[in-house]
Ligand binder design. Structure first.
Ligand SMILES: [Zn+2]
Length: 324
């Protein structure tokens, strides 16, 4: 079932109280949407799907019209999620920079999403606070949640490129949350966007706890968000959740899943579309039963579904849907 903003708030409230994490999975295609929603449903977990600005442009085709793309993705998700009454699904806008302010408003006014991220982390703190608060004011009128961020997360994500890693300072996090009234706060604690091994990251999960403790002490407790979590070990993710993280973003892992499964398929079935070297091309007939896109896309889809189920088991959200 597609959640309202109020229901999503309840999802995060319970996750924070009982210390488990909600998985937020980036999607563009219908295959990914099916895989991930079915995965959440199969383990009785609520979950988020998220779309970046780049995903919305891609989904719109040659026009690159983000509003068309967002409508398409949202409609697919709502239609598909309606089949599962015991699994709460939300749709989040991932990393919208200030130049996408009007796009966010469009999504809010057309009831396309349950939450949005205003990422003004490239701006200085005062400007970040100003623009994030502006989004909060509009979003809260529509009952929609807002995620904000200070500090840059290393790596490349969609259109955001960050060269240096900058850790979030707890006192700045406190000021930011107080002044903007965001619902979710993304802390920059040394995770990487893109594939990397947990061991190589100078991960400062102690900082998550420090921020959480400070917010609680000042009566502005919030759900914290971990970006770039594809490269973290299970233990690191569990620690992050124990320290106050309620939303864990996943993108790269699914991309690898899809690519690996399809690569394996074509390695095995190559000669169903390519003439073998020992055969005269005149005698070669491609094998339609192998190259029908449904035959190979489903391999990636099934693998992604297994992955999201395992994510929910690690984060502890399995069997915790608010709709169960
Ligand atoms: Zn991110």
């Amino acid at each position: 079932m597609f959640l309202s903003g109020t229901q999503l708030m309840e999802v995060f409230h319970r996750a924070k109280k009982n210390r488990y994490g909600i998985i937020a999975s980036n999607v563009v295609f219908d295959t990914q949407i099916r895989a991930i929603i079915q995965g959440y449903n199969n383990v009785g977990s609520d979950g988020l799907l998220q779309m970046s600005a780049g995903a919305c442009k891609y989904a719109a085709g040659e026009s690159q019209d983000m509003e068309v793309g967002a409508r398409l993705i949202s409609t697919m998700i709502k239609t598909f999620a309606a089949q599962f009454p015991k699994c709460g699904i939300g749709l989040h806008i991932d990393h919208a920079t200030p130049n996408y302010f009007d796009f966010i408003v469009f999504c809010l006014e057309n009831n396309l999403v349950t939450s949005v991220m205003m990422d003004a982390s490239q701006e200085d703190l005062a400007e970040n606070i100003r623009v994030t608060k502006e989004v909060v004011d509009v979003a809260h009128k529509h009952g929609i949640l807002v995620e904000g961020e200070i500090g840059h997360i290393k790596g490349t994500e969609d259109e955001i490129v960050s060269e240096t890693e900058l850790y979030t300072r707890p006192e700045e996090a406190l000021e930011f949350v107080k002044k903007t009234n965001v619902d979710l706060f993304a802390a920059s604690v040394g995770t990487n966007h893109g594939v990397s091994k947990g061991e190589n990251i100078v991960l400062r999960l102690d900082l998550v706890k420090e921020i959480d403790d400070l917010l609680i002490k000042h009566n502005v407790e919030r759900g914290l968000v971990l970006h770039g979590a594809s490269g973290l070990t299970d233990a690191q993710q569990r620690d992050a959740i124990k320290y106050g993280v309620v939303k864990i973003n996943k993108d790269t892992h699914y991309q690898m899943d899809m690519a690996q499964e399809i690569q394996a398929y074509w390695e095995k079935e190559k000669y169903s579309i390519v003439c073998p070297p020992d055969l005269d091309p005149k005698d070669y007939v491609p094998n339609k039963s192998k190259f029908d896109p449904r035959k190979w896309l489903i391999k990636g889809e099934n693998r992604m579904q297994e992955t999201v189920k395992s994510f929910c088991l690690v984060s502890g959200s399995a069997n915790k849907s608010i709709l169960l």
